[in-house]
Design a protein. Structure first.
Length: 441
């Protein structure tokens, strides 16, 4: 899964020329690129050479800031010959700016990269365009589980740094649950029944900020592990082989459940007119009980709660009638890659530092992720503890888009969910559009 909205038309292999063409029309986004020029347009002339010292330019998404800022400070303290200039912005804006710079050949030394192959800024797409440095000789790469190879590697080489996995579930406000007298639901029926209880207490059951396109995907992502993979763990392989489709699978069940939540009054009014920021505020202040979200944004919900930040926690979102049949999505968190232009050696040296076990754990802790490797010294955010049994019992699957074959499916998914919520399509029509996008080469 990627958190963001802007994608070039995809289905074709990404090249430098296509990257540039894909972003040339985005005037507003290009104005952001100009705003980032102070740290992003200097090219490689002052990057510090190839010995791993000198200046580094880093562009990342806002969700990475709590992890990166303290690690950058510690790295600079230990390496006084290095100065790192880091810029953060919302995901859709950063992605557009970085794509523009990649196409123009003046990308930052280290920049945001998404796991797998499902978006235009994904590891596989950028690596195959020859724009990322190989990190496979670094020690931390040996901790990557074989099951996650597709998120980190292409043709046996590692191009993505990520500290671990985040999960999707319900971020909730404990006080709102207490006011409504609702226990954490463990089945689909309990979840539906809770909506009426919250409404009686004057609380929005589930805040949905579907005006922000990437938010639209999260409820289906939370349900599909239970409706698809619990029944058929090999669904991705079968779909890639052309033996299965969205339309003839539990994706239909998940979409119907999405609409059932709407019919049962579980959402706020006008989800398509509500933003992610409004969704966050609603849960943080207790006006809404919960929101289906990725654990990486837990900190933002806690900030919205202010002095009541300890009331914000998280639980697995139930998609089945039998609790034993509930599965969860757990995907590799958004990471970083090193440009093959500019200060490549300096960028790789910085990534090697981030890959040291204590730093990987610090990063994972800062973004409420589960580190690649857990041991007795690992500290997991208490909000994630209820997700660990699913991971340990192999009832967790990667975010769906990390196995999709092109960058066309995800924006189609965003769009059809908005259309479903607006009553402009039905489940069959939505899934057909996703199947058509999946089949593009």
């Amino acid at each position: 899964m990627r958190i963001g909205t802007e994608l070039p038309r995809a289905g074709r292999r990404l090249t430098r020329a296509r990257l540039l063409r894909a972003t040339a029309a985005g005037a507003a986004a290009l104005s952001l690129a100009g705003g980032l020029a102070a740290c992003g347009d200097s090219g490689s002339s002052d990057s510090g050479g190839g010995d791993g010292g000198g200046d580094l330019r880093v562009i990342a998404v806002a969700d990475q800031k709590p992890a990166l800022d303290p690690l950058i400070k510690a790295y600079e303290s230990a390496n006084p010959d290095v100065r790192i200039t880091a810029t953060y912005a919302p995901t859709d804006q950063v992605q557009t700016s970085v794509r523009t710079q990649l196409g123009a050949g003046n990308a930052p030394d280290v920049h945001v990269v998404y796991p797998g192959s499902g978006s235009a800024m994904s590891m596989a797409e950028i690596a195959r365009a020859g724009l990322l440095a190989d990190l496979d000789d670094q020690a931390w790469t040996r901790s990557i589980p074989a099951s996650l190879d597709g998120a980190f590697r292409v043709d046996g080489k590692t191009y993505l740094y990520s500290a671990g996995s985040s999960v999707i579930g319900a971020i909730y406000n404990r006080r709102a649950f207490e006011r409504a007298g609702v226990e954490i639901p463990r089945t689909w029926s309990e979840l539906i029944a809770s909506c009426a209880a919250f409404r009686r207490a004057g609380i929005v059951p589930i805040a949905l900020g579907a005006q922000t396109p990437w938010v639209t995907q999260l409820i289906t992502y939370a349900l599909v592990p239970s409706t698809v993979y619990a029944r058929d763990p090999r669904f991705d392989d079968q779909q890639l082989a052309g033996e299965r489709s969205f339309s003839d699978s539990g994706w239909r069940d998940a979409m119907e459940k999405y609409l059932e939540l709407q019919r049962e009054g579980c959402f706020n009014d006008n989800p398509n007119g509500t933003t992610f920021e409004q969704q966050t505020s609603m849960v943080g202040t207790g006006r809404a009980a919960m929101a289906v979200q990725v654990s990486a944004v837990l900190a933002g919900f806690r900030d919205a709660a202010g002095a009541d930040r300890d009331d914000i926690s998280m639980f697995p979102f139930p998609g089945a009638e039998n609790p034993a049949d509930n599965w969860i999505p757990a995907g590799v968190v958004v990471g970083l890659g090193v440009s093959v232009r500019g200060n490549t050696e300096g960028g790789k040296r910085f990534i090697a530092y981030l890959g040291e076990p204590e730093n990987m754990n610090r990063w994972a802790s800062a973004v409420a992720a589960i580190p690649l490797v857990r041991d007795d010294s690992t500290r997991i955010d208490p909000a994630l503890e209820s997700f660990l049994p699913y991971i340990d019992d192999s009832k967790a699957v990667p975010f769906m888009d990390q196995r999709w074959p092109n960058a066309e499916v995800q924006p189609t998914h965003f769009a059809v969910i908005q259309e479903l919520l607006a009553g402009k399509t039905d489940v069959a029509g939505a899934l057909k559009k996703m199947d058509d996008a999946y089949g593009k080469q």
